[in-house]
Write a protein of this length. Structure first.
Length: 282
């Protein structure tokens, strides 16, 4: 069964609204399209959603497989792909799967995981199983590139229950204009930032929408250690999609890494799925 972790499911039930909400986020798309052009395909995208990154990569002439756990997002992605030019349509495919347990029986020179998808790996075990799957699907000299948000203390110390105003949101399908606010609460032990996204209907409170989102907070040295102990070496690290250096004011951590062939885990040829190993440990 395909699993979507708590805190991620509801946010992805309405692909049209999701796509509209993040329609101005374009810098990361340009970054990953350029990366795919430089490295070549085929590309594997982990957490592809509705094809926000995968479809432009296909349109640019690179083959890509998009993997996601959300059925509605994948259905929307396939509908969008059907409208691509004929050549681009042949270059993109989508598959449903859990990032911790997927198996595609092929390897890729480039694996990407854009838009904070790794932050839905809420435990060390989740991250380790994801990285094991990346190792199993990456070509020997392949590149794994992903981005996560830089932890922001201001969101970790907000007043409980306080709502912070965002720009009003107009649903692209219904035309309804919602008042959009967010609230935050932080679990310092689990390092998880819980976000409540409130879309308040102008006349009917029962038609209002609440979407919870949860993001694992990953600090730079913690992320470096997780990669190191799971057989990856960082080859590049940036603080934004213009490839500026990572610094105190960086909004993101963008990591490019390869499998460290000197690490014992790099030579684990076991065909067992990550999920099977986890069941034996429990």
């Amino acid at each position: 069964m395909t699993r979507i972790a708590p805190g991620a499911r509801l946010h992805y039930l309405d692909p049209v609204a999701y796509e509209h909400l993040y329609r101005r986020r374009r810098a990361d798309v340009r970054f990953y399209v350029d990366l795919a052009d430089r490295v070549g395909g085929p590309v594997l995208e982990l957490g592809c959603g509705a094809g926000r990154v995968a479809l432009p990569i296909a349109r640019a002439g690179r083959a890509i497989v998009g993997l996601d756990a959300s059925g509605p997002m994948l259905e929307h992605a396939r509908a969008r792909a059907a409208k691509l030019p004929a050549r681009a349509r042949t270059l993109v495919t989508f598959a449903r799967g859990d990032l911790r347990t997927f198996r595609l029986d092929r390897r890729f020179p480039l694996i990407i995981s854009p838009f904070n998808a790794v932050q839905h790996m809420y435990t060390r075990s989740d991250v380790e199983h994801l990285l094991e799957r990346v190792r199993a699907h990456l070509e020997p000299s392949g590149l794994f590139v992903f981005d996560v948000l830089m932890p922001e203390p201001e969101f970790q110390h907000t007043r409980p229950g306080r709502r912070y105003a965002r720009s009003p949101f107009t649903h692209p399908s219904t035309g309804t204009r919602y008042q959009y606010t967010e609230s935050y609460s932080h679990d310092p032990v689990g390092q998880i930032l819980h976000i409540q996204m409130f879309l308040d209907h102008p006349t009917n409170p029962r038609a209002s929408i609440v979407m919870p989102v949860a993001h694992r907070q990953l600090y730079p040295l913690e992320l470096e250690a997780l990669l190191h102990y799971n057989a990856f070496r960082i080859v590049d690290r940036w603080g934004d999609f213009d490839r500026s250096p990572l610094g105190a004011d960086s909004p993101s951590q963008i990591i490019a890494c390869r499998v460290d062939r000197s690490h014992p885990l790099a030579h684990d040829r076991s065909p067992r799925r990550a999920g099977a190993r986890r069941r034996r440990r429990s």
